[in-house]
Design a protein around this ligand. Structure first.
Ligand SMILES: NC(=O)c1ccc[n+]([C@@H]2O[C@H](COP(=O)([O-])OP(=O)(O)OC[C@H]3O[C@@H](n4cnc5c(N)ncnc54)[C@H](OP(=O)(O)O)[C@@H]3O)[C@@H](O)[C@H]2O)c1
Length: 335
Protein backbone atom coordinates (compact mmCIF):
# COMPACT_ATOMS: atom_id res chain seq x y z
CA UNK A 1 0.00 0.00 0.00
CA UNK A 2 1.33 3.47 -0.70
CA UNK A 3 0.72 6.40 1.62
CA UNK A 4 1.15 10.06 0.92
CA UNK A 5 2.97 12.27 3.39
CA UNK A 6 3.05 16.00 3.57
CA UNK A 7 5.94 17.90 5.06
CA UNK A 8 3.42 20.05 6.82
CA UNK A 9 2.74 17.53 9.57
CA UNK A 10 4.64 14.62 11.02
CA UNK A 11 1.39 12.82 11.70
CA UNK A 12 -0.02 13.27 8.22
CA UNK A 13 0.31 9.68 7.07
CA UNK A 14 -2.45 9.69 4.52
CA UNK A 15 -2.87 10.92 1.00
CA UNK A 16 -5.67 13.29 1.90
CA UNK A 17 -3.26 15.25 4.11
CA UNK A 18 -1.18 16.50 1.21
CA UNK A 19 -0.70 20.22 1.61
CA UNK A 20 0.79 22.59 -0.92
CA UNK A 21 2.91 25.26 0.70
CA UNK A 22 4.28 28.52 -0.60
CA UNK A 23 8.01 28.63 -1.16
CA UNK A 24 9.86 30.97 1.20
CA UNK A 25 10.84 34.40 -0.08
CA UNK A 26 14.57 33.65 0.06
CA UNK A 27 16.34 30.32 -0.47
CA UNK A 28 17.39 28.38 2.63
CA UNK A 29 21.05 28.13 3.51
CA UNK A 30 21.92 24.76 2.00
CA UNK A 31 20.61 25.99 -1.29
CA UNK A 32 22.79 29.07 -1.33
CA UNK A 33 25.44 26.60 -2.34
CA UNK A 34 23.52 26.06 -5.56
CA UNK A 35 22.05 29.44 -6.18
CA UNK A 36 25.05 31.55 -5.31
CA UNK A 37 27.44 29.11 -6.96
CA UNK A 38 30.08 31.22 -8.75
CA UNK A 39 29.51 29.12 -11.85
CA UNK A 40 26.12 30.75 -12.21
CA UNK A 41 26.96 34.23 -10.97
CA UNK A 42 27.52 35.59 -14.48
CA UNK A 43 24.03 34.59 -15.47
CA UNK A 44 21.50 37.31 -15.91
CA UNK A 45 17.84 36.64 -16.64
CA UNK A 46 17.67 35.93 -20.34
CA UNK A 47 14.79 36.09 -22.71
CA UNK A 48 13.94 32.43 -23.03
CA UNK A 49 14.58 30.98 -25.53
CA UNK A 50 15.45 32.65 -28.80
CA UNK A 51 16.58 31.30 -32.10
CA UNK A 52 17.01 32.68 -35.57
CA UNK A 53 14.90 32.52 -38.65
CA UNK A 54 17.14 30.87 -41.24
CA UNK A 55 15.02 31.14 -44.36
CA UNK A 56 16.57 30.34 -47.73
CA UNK A 57 17.16 34.02 -48.47
CA UNK A 58 18.53 35.03 -45.09
CA UNK A 59 22.02 36.38 -44.89
CA UNK A 60 23.65 36.54 -41.45
CA UNK A 61 22.95 40.31 -41.34
CA UNK A 62 19.24 39.79 -41.84
CA UNK A 63 18.78 37.20 -39.07
CA UNK A 64 15.90 38.13 -36.84
CA UNK A 65 15.49 36.76 -33.34
CA UNK A 66 12.19 34.94 -32.93
CA UNK A 67 10.66 33.54 -29.75
CA UNK A 68 9.90 29.89 -29.16
CA UNK A 69 6.52 29.53 -27.50
CA UNK A 70 6.71 28.11 -24.03
CA UNK A 71 3.42 28.89 -22.37
CA UNK A 72 3.91 26.78 -19.29
CA UNK A 73 7.16 28.39 -18.21
CA UNK A 74 5.67 31.57 -16.95
CA UNK A 75 8.64 33.44 -15.49
CA UNK A 76 10.62 33.36 -18.72
CA UNK A 77 13.78 32.30 -16.89
CA UNK A 78 15.57 29.42 -18.53
CA UNK A 79 17.70 28.72 -15.42
CA UNK A 80 14.69 28.21 -13.15
CA UNK A 81 12.19 25.45 -12.46
CA UNK A 82 9.79 27.83 -10.83
CA UNK A 83 6.19 26.76 -11.34
CA UNK A 84 7.17 23.23 -12.36
CA UNK A 85 6.12 19.99 -10.67
CA UNK A 86 8.40 16.99 -10.18
CA UNK A 87 8.26 13.37 -9.01
CA UNK A 88 11.57 11.93 -7.78
CA UNK A 89 11.57 8.24 -6.84
CA UNK A 90 13.81 7.21 -3.95
CA UNK A 91 14.40 10.74 -2.71
CA UNK A 92 15.16 10.14 0.97
CA UNK A 93 18.85 9.19 0.66
CA UNK A 94 21.83 9.36 -1.61
CA UNK A 95 21.51 10.63 -5.15
CA UNK A 96 17.70 10.88 -4.99
CA UNK A 97 17.83 13.11 -1.92
CA UNK A 98 20.36 15.39 -3.61
CA UNK A 99 18.08 15.60 -6.65
CA UNK A 100 15.07 16.53 -4.50
CA UNK A 101 17.07 19.33 -2.86
CA UNK A 102 18.47 20.55 -6.17
CA UNK A 103 15.03 20.72 -7.84
CA UNK A 104 13.49 22.46 -4.82
CA UNK A 105 16.34 24.97 -4.86
CA UNK A 106 15.59 25.76 -8.49
CA UNK A 107 11.96 26.43 -7.63
CA UNK A 108 10.15 23.18 -8.47
CA UNK A 109 7.43 21.62 -6.31
CA UNK A 110 8.54 18.07 -5.56
CA UNK A 111 6.87 14.80 -4.58
CA UNK A 112 9.10 11.89 -3.63
CA UNK A 113 8.71 8.29 -2.45
CA UNK A 114 10.51 5.44 -0.72
CA UNK A 115 9.61 2.26 1.19
CA UNK A 116 10.59 3.31 4.72
CA UNK A 117 7.88 5.50 6.29
CA UNK A 118 10.11 6.74 9.12
CA UNK A 119 12.90 7.82 6.77
CA UNK A 120 10.39 9.52 4.52
CA UNK A 121 8.89 11.46 7.40
CA UNK A 122 12.35 12.53 8.65
CA UNK A 123 13.33 13.65 5.17
CA UNK A 124 10.15 15.66 4.66
CA UNK A 125 10.50 17.27 8.07
CA UNK A 126 14.12 18.26 7.34
CA UNK A 127 13.02 19.91 4.12
CA UNK A 128 10.09 21.54 5.83
CA UNK A 129 12.57 22.96 8.34
CA UNK A 130 14.25 24.64 5.38
CA UNK A 131 10.94 26.12 4.32
CA UNK A 132 9.87 23.91 1.45
CA UNK A 133 6.47 22.45 0.59
CA UNK A 134 7.67 19.04 -0.51
CA UNK A 135 5.44 15.97 -0.18
CA UNK A 136 5.97 12.23 -0.35
CA UNK A 137 4.46 8.76 -0.44
CA UNK A 138 5.45 5.43 1.01
CA UNK A 139 5.71 3.30 -2.10
CA UNK A 140 7.68 0.28 -3.24
CA UNK A 141 8.20 1.05 -6.92
CA UNK A 142 8.81 -2.63 -7.60
CA UNK A 143 5.08 -3.25 -6.96
CA UNK A 144 2.67 -2.46 -9.78
CA UNK A 145 -0.32 -1.54 -7.61
CA UNK A 146 1.82 0.81 -5.50
CA UNK A 147 3.12 2.55 -8.61
CA UNK A 148 -0.48 3.11 -9.68
CA UNK A 149 -1.39 4.54 -6.26
CA UNK A 150 1.70 6.77 -6.32
CA UNK A 151 0.79 8.25 -9.66
CA UNK A 152 -2.81 8.80 -8.57
CA UNK A 153 -1.51 10.78 -5.59
CA UNK A 154 0.83 12.79 -7.81
CA UNK A 155 -1.96 13.48 -10.28
CA UNK A 156 -4.37 14.74 -7.63
CA UNK A 157 -1.65 16.76 -5.88
CA UNK A 158 -0.45 18.45 -9.07
CA UNK A 159 -3.82 18.91 -10.81
CA UNK A 160 -3.07 16.25 -13.41
CA UNK A 161 0.12 17.94 -14.62
CA UNK A 162 3.69 16.79 -14.12
CA UNK A 163 6.69 18.53 -15.68
CA UNK A 164 9.48 16.30 -14.39
CA UNK A 165 9.78 12.56 -13.74
CA UNK A 166 13.06 11.41 -12.19
CA UNK A 167 13.30 7.62 -12.26
CA UNK A 168 16.02 7.38 -9.63
CA UNK A 169 15.36 4.13 -7.76
CA UNK A 170 17.68 1.28 -8.60
CA UNK A 171 19.22 -1.62 -6.70
CA UNK A 172 22.16 -3.92 -7.19
CA UNK A 173 22.93 -7.58 -6.51
CA UNK A 174 26.55 -8.49 -7.18
CA UNK A 175 27.18 -12.09 -8.23
CA UNK A 176 28.87 -14.09 -10.95
CA UNK A 177 26.31 -14.68 -13.71
CA UNK A 178 25.85 -18.41 -13.14
CA UNK A 179 25.06 -17.90 -9.44
CA UNK A 180 22.00 -15.68 -9.92
CA UNK A 181 18.75 -17.30 -8.79
CA UNK A 182 15.57 -16.74 -10.79
CA UNK A 183 14.20 -14.68 -7.91
CA UNK A 184 17.25 -12.39 -7.73
CA UNK A 185 17.09 -11.87 -11.48
CA UNK A 186 13.38 -10.97 -11.26
CA UNK A 187 13.91 -8.61 -8.32
CA UNK A 188 16.60 -6.68 -10.20
CA UNK A 189 14.62 -6.48 -13.43
CA UNK A 190 11.37 -5.54 -11.64
CA UNK A 191 12.97 -2.79 -9.55
CA UNK A 192 15.41 -1.35 -12.07
CA UNK A 193 13.58 -1.65 -15.38
CA UNK A 194 9.96 -2.79 -15.20
CA UNK A 195 9.20 -0.11 -12.60
CA UNK A 196 10.60 2.77 -14.64
CA UNK A 197 8.88 1.55 -17.80
CA UNK A 198 5.52 1.42 -16.02
CA UNK A 199 6.07 4.76 -14.23
CA UNK A 200 6.73 6.35 -17.62
CA UNK A 201 3.49 4.85 -18.97
CA UNK A 202 1.56 6.15 -15.96
CA UNK A 203 3.21 9.58 -16.06
CA UNK A 204 2.73 10.11 -19.80
CA UNK A 205 -0.71 11.80 -19.67
CA UNK A 206 0.49 14.07 -16.85
CA UNK A 207 3.72 14.98 -18.63
CA UNK A 208 1.81 15.67 -21.82
CA UNK A 209 -0.78 17.77 -19.99
CA UNK A 210 1.97 19.94 -18.49
CA UNK A 211 3.00 21.12 -21.95
CA UNK A 212 6.73 20.85 -21.14
CA UNK A 213 7.81 17.44 -19.87
CA UNK A 214 11.18 15.99 -18.96
CA UNK A 215 12.12 12.47 -17.88
CA UNK A 216 15.53 11.69 -16.40
CA UNK A 217 16.54 8.07 -15.76
CA UNK A 218 19.29 6.99 -13.40
CA UNK A 219 21.48 4.71 -15.45
CA UNK A 220 25.05 3.65 -14.58
CA UNK A 221 28.47 3.28 -16.16
CA UNK A 222 27.67 -0.46 -15.91
CA UNK A 223 25.54 0.09 -19.02
CA UNK A 224 28.67 1.05 -21.02
CA UNK A 225 31.49 -1.07 -19.63
CA UNK A 226 31.78 -4.46 -18.01
CA UNK A 227 31.85 -4.35 -14.20
CA UNK A 228 32.66 -7.33 -12.03
CA UNK A 229 29.61 -9.39 -10.91
CA UNK A 230 27.15 -6.91 -12.40
CA UNK A 231 25.86 -8.62 -15.54
CA UNK A 232 22.19 -8.35 -14.53
CA UNK A 233 22.35 -4.82 -13.09
CA UNK A 234 24.33 -3.72 -16.17
CA UNK A 235 21.66 -5.30 -18.39
CA UNK A 236 18.87 -3.38 -16.66
CA UNK A 237 20.76 -0.11 -17.02
CA UNK A 238 21.44 -0.85 -20.69
CA UNK A 239 17.69 -1.36 -21.13
CA UNK A 240 17.11 2.02 -19.50
CA UNK A 241 19.50 3.64 -21.98
CA UNK A 242 17.53 2.31 -24.94
CA UNK A 243 14.20 3.27 -23.36
CA UNK A 244 15.66 6.77 -22.98
CA UNK A 245 16.28 6.96 -26.73
CA UNK A 246 12.94 5.43 -27.69
CA UNK A 247 10.88 7.78 -25.53
CA UNK A 248 12.91 10.77 -26.73
CA UNK A 249 11.68 10.03 -30.27
CA UNK A 250 8.21 8.67 -29.49
CA UNK A 251 7.16 11.49 -27.14
CA UNK A 252 8.98 14.41 -28.76
CA UNK A 253 5.68 15.32 -30.44
CA UNK A 254 4.27 15.94 -26.96
CA UNK A 255 7.23 18.14 -25.97
CA UNK A 256 8.47 15.49 -23.55
CA UNK A 257 12.26 15.06 -23.42
CA UNK A 258 13.98 11.93 -22.14
CA UNK A 259 17.59 11.67 -20.94
CA UNK A 260 19.72 9.46 -18.70
CA UNK A 261 22.53 10.11 -16.27
CA UNK A 262 25.10 7.35 -15.79
CA UNK A 263 27.23 7.59 -12.63
CA UNK A 264 30.37 5.70 -11.56
CA UNK A 265 31.04 5.37 -7.81
CA UNK A 266 29.07 7.97 -5.86
CA UNK A 267 29.28 8.13 -2.05
CA UNK A 268 25.89 6.76 -0.95
CA UNK A 269 24.52 4.03 1.31
CA UNK A 270 24.18 1.73 -1.69
CA UNK A 271 27.95 1.38 -2.12
CA UNK A 272 28.99 1.91 1.49
CA UNK A 273 29.78 -1.73 2.07
CA UNK A 274 31.87 -2.35 -1.01
CA UNK A 275 33.78 0.89 -0.43
CA UNK A 276 34.61 -0.04 3.16
CA UNK A 277 37.41 -2.15 1.66
CA UNK A 278 40.35 0.26 1.27
CA UNK A 279 42.13 -1.99 -1.21
CA UNK A 280 39.04 -1.96 -3.41
CA UNK A 281 38.78 1.83 -3.15
CA UNK A 282 42.41 2.15 -4.29
CA UNK A 283 41.51 0.05 -7.35
CA UNK A 284 38.56 2.33 -8.03
CA UNK A 285 40.84 5.38 -7.84
CA UNK A 286 43.33 3.76 -10.18
CA UNK A 287 40.61 3.39 -12.85
CA UNK A 288 39.28 6.93 -12.35
CA UNK A 289 41.21 9.80 -13.98
CA UNK A 290 39.95 12.28 -11.35
CA UNK A 291 41.23 9.84 -8.65
CA UNK A 292 38.26 10.18 -6.32
CA UNK A 293 34.67 9.12 -5.73
CA UNK A 294 31.74 11.30 -6.76
CA UNK A 295 29.38 13.18 -4.48
CA UNK A 296 25.58 12.91 -4.90
CA UNK A 297 25.46 16.66 -5.61
CA UNK A 298 27.73 16.10 -8.61
CA UNK A 299 24.97 13.92 -10.10
CA UNK A 300 22.01 16.03 -9.00
CA UNK A 301 23.41 19.12 -10.71
CA UNK A 302 23.36 17.36 -14.09
CA UNK A 303 19.90 15.92 -13.48
CA UNK A 304 18.57 19.39 -12.64
CA UNK A 305 20.26 20.91 -15.69
CA UNK A 306 18.57 18.36 -17.94
CA UNK A 307 15.19 19.44 -16.55
CA UNK A 308 15.77 23.15 -17.05
CA UNK A 309 14.37 25.09 -20.00
CA UNK A 310 18.07 25.80 -20.73
CA UNK A 311 18.35 22.14 -21.80
CA UNK A 312 15.29 22.29 -24.05
CA UNK A 313 17.08 20.92 -27.16
CA UNK A 314 18.74 18.00 -25.35
CA UNK A 315 16.91 14.68 -25.61
CA UNK A 316 17.75 11.01 -26.00
CA UNK A 317 21.16 11.38 -24.37
CA UNK A 318 22.93 9.23 -21.80
CA UNK A 319 25.55 11.31 -19.98
CA UNK A 320 28.20 9.82 -17.69
CA UNK A 321 29.12 11.40 -14.35
CA UNK A 322 32.17 9.28 -13.75
CA UNK A 323 35.37 11.25 -13.16
CA UNK A 324 36.48 10.10 -16.62
CA UNK A 325 36.22 6.38 -15.85
CA UNK A 326 34.49 5.32 -19.08
CA UNK A 327 36.97 7.14 -21.33
CA UNK A 328 40.01 5.87 -19.49
CA UNK A 329 42.50 4.11 -21.68
CA UNK A 330 46.01 3.32 -20.48
CA UNK A 331 47.98 5.82 -18.44
CA UNK A 332 50.80 4.31 -16.38
CA UNK A 333 50.73 5.74 -12.89
CA UNK A 334 54.48 6.49 -12.84
CA UNK A 335 53.96 9.10 -15.63
N1 LIG B 1 25.83 5.17 -5.69
C1 LIG B 1 26.47 4.81 -6.80
O1 LIG B 1 27.70 4.63 -6.81
C2 LIG B 1 25.70 4.63 -8.09
C3 LIG B 1 26.42 4.39 -9.26
C4 LIG B 1 25.73 4.22 -10.46
C5 LIG B 1 24.35 4.29 -10.48
N2 LIG B 1 23.66 4.52 -9.32
C6 LIG B 1 22.21 4.59 -9.40
O2 LIG B 1 21.71 5.73 -8.73
C7 LIG B 1 20.41 5.46 -8.21
C8 LIG B 1 20.36 5.87 -6.74
O3 LIG B 1 21.35 5.16 -6.06
P1 LIG B 1 21.87 5.59 -4.60
O4 LIG B 1 23.27 5.15 -4.52
O5 LIG B 1 21.52 6.98 -4.30
O6 LIG B 1 20.98 4.58 -3.71
P2 LIG B 1 20.68 4.57 -2.14
O7 LIG B 1 21.67 5.39 -1.39
O8 LIG B 1 20.53 3.13 -1.79
O9 LIG B 1 19.24 5.29 -2.04
C9 LIG B 1 18.16 4.66 -2.64
C10 LIG B 1 16.88 5.47 -2.43
O10 LIG B 1 15.84 4.80 -3.15
C11 LIG B 1 14.86 4.29 -2.24
N3 LIG B 1 14.44 2.97 -2.72
C12 LIG B 1 15.18 1.87 -2.91
N4 LIG B 1 14.42 0.86 -3.37
C13 LIG B 1 13.17 1.35 -3.51
C14 LIG B 1 11.95 0.80 -3.96
N5 LIG B 1 11.84 -0.49 -4.35
N6 LIG B 1 10.85 1.60 -3.97
C15 LIG B 1 10.92 2.89 -3.58
N7 LIG B 1 12.05 3.46 -3.14
C16 LIG B 1 13.17 2.70 -3.11
C17 LIG B 1 15.56 4.27 -0.88
O11 LIG B 1 14.65 4.36 0.21
P3 LIG B 1 14.00 3.02 0.90
O12 LIG B 1 15.12 2.10 1.15
O13 LIG B 1 13.33 3.55 2.14
O14 LIG B 1 13.01 2.48 -0.07
C18 LIG B 1 16.42 5.52 -0.99
O15 LIG B 1 15.65 6.66 -0.79
C19 LIG B 1 20.15 3.96 -8.47
O16 LIG B 1 19.38 3.82 -9.64
C20 LIG B 1 21.54 3.41 -8.72
O17 LIG B 1 21.54 2.26 -9.55
C21 LIG B 1 24.31 4.69 -8.13
Amino acid sequence: MSMALSSSSSSSFCSSMYVKQQRPPSPPSFLNRTISNPTFSFLKPLTYPTHFNLSAHSSPRSLKPIRIQNESHSNNNRWSLSGMTALVTGGTRGIGRAIVEELLGLGATVHTCCRNAGELEDCLQDLKGLGFGVSGSVCDVAKRSQREELMETVSSSFDGKLNILINNVGINIRKPTVEFTAEEFSTLVATNFESVFHLCQLAYPLLKASGVGSIVFMSSVSSFVSLNSMSVQGGTKGAINQLTRNLACEWAKDNIRSNSVAPWYIKTSMVEQVLSNQEYVEEVYSRTPLRRLGDPTEVSSLVAFLCLPAASYITGQIICVDGGMTVNGFHPRHN
